[in-house]
Design a protein around this ligand. Structure first.
Ligand code: F6P
Length: 409
């Protein structure tokens, strides 16, 4: 997914508390990680900024003419900003609003056509009341709309707001088959794609199909110190040093104490990760996609040797570590590209996942999970002998780091 691409608008559709903002933010994060310029335009934020938060449920009543007009104005202001942003080089705009009537979608399509930007609707439908309730409790009562309000009161006002929207809501249906859309029912239980073509849209449908909200942890660790780490050499397939072997032992004691349930355990195909995971009580899966960045002709060299023998290459990497590709090797961007299937599997998994891998690969995975930019990715801190626990939440990721001192073992 690299530029130049045809700019696109993804317009969310759905009643309140159907996970639209969750999906919108995840999509934007994923696209940015893949190197695209993506941004969410949340109409609710326009309303809060311009009219203040704290609008009661009756503001959203479709028979309240003042409310309807105000909401329409906010929606169009946000859409104008989408087009301004696209004209300034934006690539994928995610227009996050309910867009729950045929009339509103007609208007969006008309405006997008005049601006020359195709639009794809992404509807989230939930038939499971428990999912809706969970979403209300998880995300809505902490929204600025309910700052300082008693949580039970906030929940009941939000339920009333949903009712208002329900009375006018029209799902994407048979009379809109000439348009491009995807409908996701009950967080991926069923997915209907209509007139979806092209690389980016099809990729995004595939991505959305695999999202879920079940809580689980993702554990990341580099392999234990290797014989190459001791000498400062790049790449290779060395074994563990004595300290690295101690880390493997320590990990086998510490990690099972912290992981809840039975996790998936993934390593690279290189012996330093396979050996680090050896003592863990779970079945490992070795994935090539998790192998360390390929340093090409510099494999087995020190940084000092690269600088001495290939000063121009050394300088080029320093100047742009994200895009720099080692001669006959890889760049960080290449690594991000090959990790895409790992990200899809990570998203899909309802079990915890433990990943034992390498510095560059873990930086790339962490950048996605923690929502860091590709530019930051090659410079992220990823120390040896440290366990990283990531807990994906609706709108972000909680993180804890546990250094494991090998001298204790
Ligand atoms: O030094 C350990 C290592 O995993 C090397 O094998 C790899 O080339 C390097 O880290 C990646 O880090 P950086 O991109 O900072 O050179």
């Amino acid at each position: 997914m690299s530029s130049p691409i045809q700019p696109l608008v993804f317009a969310m559709v759905g009643l309140p508390a159907r996970g639209k903002t969750y999906m919108a933010r995840k999509l934007a994060r994923y696209l940015r990680w893949r190197g695209l310029n993506a941004r969410v335009f949340n109409v609710g934020n326009y309303r809060r900024e311009r009219l203040g938060s704290g609008q009661k449920a009756d503001f959203f009543d479709p028979t309240n003419a003042t409310g309807v007009e105000a909401r329409r104005r906010m929606a169009l202001e946000a859409l104008d900003d989408v087009f301004r942003w696209v004209r300034g080089g934006g690539e994928i705009a995610i227009y996050d609003a309910t867009n729950g009537t045929r009339e509103r979608r007609d208007l969006i399509v008309k405006r997008c056509e005049s601006a020359g930007v195709p639009v794809i609707f992404v509807e989230s439908v939930c038939s499971d009341p428990a999912l809706v309730e969970e979403n209300v409790r998880e995300t809505k009562i902490s929204s600025p709309d309910y700052a300082g309000i008693d949580p039970d009161q906030a929940v009941s006002d939000f339920r009333a707001r949903i009712k208002m929207y329900e009375s006018a809501y029209e799902t994407l249906g048979d009379d809109e088959t000439h348009r491009s859309w995807v409908k996701i029912v009950d967080v991926g239980r069923q997915v209907v794609a209509n007139r979806i073509g092209g690389y980016v849209p099809s990729r995004l449908v595939y991505y959305l199909m695999n999202l879920h909200l079940a809580p689980r942890d993702i554990w990341l660790t580099r392999h234990g110190e290797s014989a190459f780490n001791v000498k400062g050499l790049l790449g290779g397939d060395p074994g563990l040093s004595a300290r690295g072997a101690q880390y493997a032992k320590a990990l086998a004691v510490e990690l099972p104490k912290r992981v809840q349930g039975t996790p998936k355990l993934w390593t690279s195909t290189l012996q330093r990760t396979v050996n680090t995971a050896k003592g863990l009580p779970w079945e490992p899966l070795a994935l090539r996609a998790l192998d360390e960045i390929d340093a090409g002709v510099c494999d087995g060299w020190t940084y000092a040797l690269v600088k001495e023998r290939m000063p121009a290459e050394f300088a080029a990497r320093k100047a742009d570590k994200l895009r720099y590709r080692y001669p006959r090797g890889e760049s960080y961007q290449d690594v991000i590209g090959r990790l895409n299937p790992v990200i899809i599997e990570l998203e899909r998994s309802k079990q915890p996942v433990v990943i034992v891998a390498h510095q560059a690969v873990l930086r790339a995975l962490y950048a996605y999970l923690a929502g860091r930019t590709p530019e930051e990715c090659p410079h992220l801190e990823m120390p040896l002998h440290t366990l990283i626990q990531l807990r994906p939440k609706a709108y972000g990721c909680e993180e804890r780091r546990f250094p494991i001192p090998v001298s204790d073992f």
